[in-house]
Structure formats: C-alpha cells, structure tokens
Design a binder for this molecule. Structure first.
Ligand code: GLY
Ligand code: MN
Ligand code: MN
Length: 522
C-alpha cells in the first residue's frame, strides 16, 4: 500500500466514523461521570431470571455427538449469528442460525453473537477422543457498566436482561464462556499441519473474519484461490453434515412438530372465522395474513415463513406474499401458513378454501385431482421407498387427470417420461420437502441423502401437490383459468407407514365445506 492509499484510507475511516457519530446526533443523553454514577447506582440486587434446565438438553447432547463423530480431531465453529440491521439503528427480531438452535436447544430471540465450539480432545498418543462443547456468549453486563443503560443494542435498559454464563450453562447443559475468550480458543494449534477449523458458512461474518485473521497470524497463507476454495469446501462439508444430521427427527423434535402443526391448525380455524371480514375489506388477503400471524405470535414464536394468502388468480403465484388483493365470493383462497413454536420448529400447511363456503363444479374437479394426488403420495411415503417416489406417485395422478380433461398435448405416459413433463406446466414445484427448524429443512444435504434417500421412520416432510391455471393461460379452457389449488400436509414417517400430523384439518371437499359452515355459523 503506498502513502497516498494509506492517506486515502485514513480519510475514509474518518468519514465513516463521522457518519457513525451522526447516528447518535439525536441523543440527548448526558455523558458526565456524575450522570454515569447516578445511573449505575442504587439498584436492587438483580432477581434470578428463573432459567431452569431445558428438557431438550439430553437430546442436544446426542445431536452434538452425531456431529462430533463426523469430524474427529477438528475444531467446529457454529455461530448463532449477530443482530441484523433492519434500518439505520433498528434491528430485525433475532433468530439464531438453525444449526446453532439444533445443537444448543436455544430458541426464541437467543442468543445474538453466541458461538458454539466443538473443541477436539485427544488422548496421550494424540488420537482424537471426541469433542468438548463450549458455548461462547455475551453475558449480562454489570449494572456498573455503561452498556447497562447506554447501549441500545445490548443494554439491559433497552432490550432486557440477557442470561448470565451460569444461566446459559443451566439451560443448555453446555459449559458457557465469555465471548471475549473465543479468539484465544480459536487461535490454539491453528498453524500449518495442526488442528483443522471448520466454520458454518454465512452464519456470522465477524466470526469468519476472526478465523481468517487468526489463520494469517498463525502463518497460514490463505490468499491463493486454491487455498480459499479448499477452505470453502471444508466449511461447506460442515454445512452439509449439519443438514444431514437433521433428516431424522428425535422424540423431542417430533413433539415440537406436533405442537407447531396443532397451533397452525388452530390458526386456520381463526382464518375461516374471519373470512367475512376478509371479504368486506379492500385488502382481504391482509385480513387473512394478519389473523394467522397474530395467532402465530400469540401462541408460538411467529410464523415459520411469510404467510401466503392468495385469493383468486393470486393462488397461481406459488409464493404470493404481497397479500394485498381482494377476497371475493365465489373464488378460492389458498392459504399456506405455519406457526413456528418457541423452539423454532415450524409447520407448513396449505388449504384451499371456497370463499363462499362451497366449491363450484370446476373448482371441485381441480381440488379433487390435487387431493387424489396427495393421497397417492401418502401411500408412497413409507419406509423403504425413496423420497422421490412420493413425488412420482403424485405426478402420476396429476398427469392422468390432465389427460382426462384434455389439457395435455401428449398422453399422460409421454408426459411422465423424463423428456416430456408437460404436466409440470401446471405444477412447477416439488411435492415434498423436509420440515423442521427450517421450513425447507436439511437443504444442504447431498442428493443421495435427500431426493434419492430411502425414507426412514422419524423423517418429517410435507406432501403438497397442486394445480395452478393462470388467468392468462391459453393452453387451458377458460373455465380453468384463475384457479390455483394446493393441499399441503405435514407427514411423520413411522415404523410401518406414516402419520399425517395435520390430519385434523379437513382435506376432502365435503369436509372442508362442513367445517367452514360450522365455524361460520357458530
Ligand atoms: N410454504 C412454502 C412451501 O410450501 O414450501
Ligand atoms: Mn411446503
Ligand atoms: Mn407451504
């Protein structure tokens, strides 16, 4: 770097510091020592936050052991991630990285900037003997600190009390240490030929930057494209394993899924009760969205993804989340919504409802075809079959119905052949995805562990066929245009078949109609 550049950088830093200062321009808070002394004194001793051991702790031990077994002798870094700016000095509500939540049991709002490290252990001969888990957190600051009252991002005055190190250990069963000591642990044995460090990619830029700095300090030259690619691959492998160890849910996770699904079903009932209000409002889709989201926020953590409230032709836009449309009598409304519970597990359920309470003939025809496809998929969603068999079973029905209605330009058989696939014009998405902490869970798993994987008990995934005929689709007769139907249920694979976790939400058209009538008339 030449002098000019150095000068330029200094100036840029000054400008940035100045801009940062301006963020605080509107603060009227005094900064004198007297004021600090006054603010930090005369407080009752802190009350215990009442944090007790989490019922998940024995399950997370097994999850960390599963991870440990894949990477003997290596140091594994799993950040929760930091707060993300929504606008200026206002942050988004915090949600930890999924891998961090899975391995620690931390849920709602916990814990910004925390980092779980699986530190490799060795016996006297140097052979790896597993890992010790350490949870690095930013503990509650002392009330004598300025952070206590002056830090709007972390201070107790602003965002409430964080857990202490003891609280974290009690809750998770994992030894907790101050985040300031993370750097020392990560720097240990980092030089060439020593301990391999893997970090979950894109979870926390600052942790990734810290590891990069420590590698440079330890004499590892990471500047070549070859080394950088190698390190990226090493980290990607960690992400892959973290996805794959979630493919089969443990008992505690299945309980969370049941709760998420049951709360979602209650949310759907609230939506139906509010349909008259939706019809009366100029943005009826927003009525549906806010009714469901309010339920999710009241009974769980929030929604597991943005609610899709898609009336009429909007239902043919697969991820319609703008939800600013009208809800009109005589049309269908597709509601795709899931409650995420406090532990961050989410449901993912879709029902397509006749807004006036009954399906007309063509709506019923399309709905029944989708339901038949779903039922065929359920029969295929059993241990021993491949995950892709579920989709194939649904597609056979969809292609057969489209052929029956004269919509396919080829036979159903030709359409189902890999080089055909014409039926996919009206269902471009897949039939199933794994479900859990992420709505599209286990997404980094290898193909052979996902699409081509044999179905096992304990897997939880969706079955969600659909048919979508856009209002300007000239390939179908006018009567089909503007109809979009999806039926989505959440399935737990059992030893000898499966359980539809969302079965209590009516699926058959006549059951949907009577359920709606009951809710609207009571
Ligand atoms: N809610 C998004 C999906 O069904 O995959
Ligand atoms: Mn889904
Ligand atoms: Mn969905």
């Amino acid at each position: 770097m030449n002098d000019n550049a150095a000068q330029h950088d200094e100036t840029a830093d000054d400008v940035n510091a100045d801009l940062q200062d301006r963020v605080n321009n509107r603060s009227h808070r005094p900064s004198s020592e007297n004021f600090k002394e006054f603010m930090t004194s005369n407080w009752e001793p802190r009350k215990d936050l009442g944090i007790v051991a989490g019922d998940f702790a024995s399950f997370t031990v097994a999850r960390r052991e599963a991870l440990s077994a894949h990477f003997p002798g290596e140091r594994l870094v799993v950040p929760a991630g930091g707060l993300k700016v929504r606008s200026n000095d206002t942050d988004y509500r915090f949600r930890p990285h999924t891998a961090f939540a899975h391995l620690t049991g931390f849920g709602t709002d916990q814990e910004p900037d925390a980092v779980l490290v699986l530190d490799p252990q060795f016996d006297e001969s140097g052979a790896p003997t597993g890992h010790e888990s350490i949870l690095f957190v930013r503990p509650l600051a002392d009330r004598k600190s300025e952070e206590f009252y002056a830090d709007s991002r972390y201070g107790e005055f602003w965002v409430g009390a964080r857990p202490t190190l003891e609280d974290v250990t009690r809750l998770t069963g994992i030894h907790a240490a101050h985040i300031d000591s993370l750097s020392d642990l990560l720097a240990k044995d980092l030089g060439p030929g020593h301990v391999q460090v893997r970090v979950v990619p894109q979870a926390d830029e600052q942790v990734e930057a810290l590891i990069e700095t420590l590698r440079l300090e330890a004499g590892l030259d990471t500047s070549s494209a070859e080394v950088r690619n190698e390190l990226a691959e090493i980290d990607a492998k960690l992400a892959e394993v973290l996805s794959e160890i979630r493919l089969v849910k443990d008992e505690w996770e299945i309980e969370q899924m049941r709760e998420a699904v049951n709360q979602s079903l209650a949310g759907f009932a609230e939506v139906v009760k509010n349909l008259p209000r939706a019809v009366a409002h100029r943005r009826g889709e927003r009525v549906i969205e806010t009714v469901f989201d309010a339920h999710a926020r009241l009974e769980g953590n929030t929604v597991g993804y943005e609610t899709i409230a898609a009336a009429g032709d909007h239902a043919t836009t697969l991820h319609w989340i703008i939800n600013n449309g009208q809800v009109r009598e005589g049309e269908l409304v597709l509601v795709d919504a899931g409650v995420e519970v406090e532990s961050l597990y989410t449901a993912d359920v879709t029902r397509t409802l006749p807004i006036s309470g009954t399906f007309n003939d063509v709506q019923r025809r399309v709905y029944q075809a989708v339901l038949d496809a779903a039922d065929a998929a359920f029969l295929a969603a059993v241990p021993g079959n491949k995950f892709s068999d579920v989709h194939e079973a649904a597609m056979k029905v969809i292609a057969a119905r489209l052929e029956e209605w004269g919509l396919l330009p080829v036979s159903a058989e030709e359409s189902l052949a890999p080089e055909g696939q014409q039926h996919r014009r009206w269902m471009v998405h897949g039939t199933s995805h794994h479900l859990g902490l992420d709505v599209h869970d286990c997404a980094q798993a290898r193909r052979e562990m996902y699409v081509d994987k044999v179905i096992e008990p304990g897997m939880v995934f969706t079955i969600e066929p659909g048919l979508y005929f856009k209002s300007d689709d000239l390939a179908v007769p006018a009567e089909y245009r503007g109809i979009g139907v999806r039926i989505e249920d959440d399935v737990l694979v059992t030893v000898d078949g499966n359980e539809n976790l969302s079965a209590a939400l009516p699926r058959r058209p006549e059951d949907v109609e009577s359920w709606m009538a009951d809710l609207l008339n009571n």
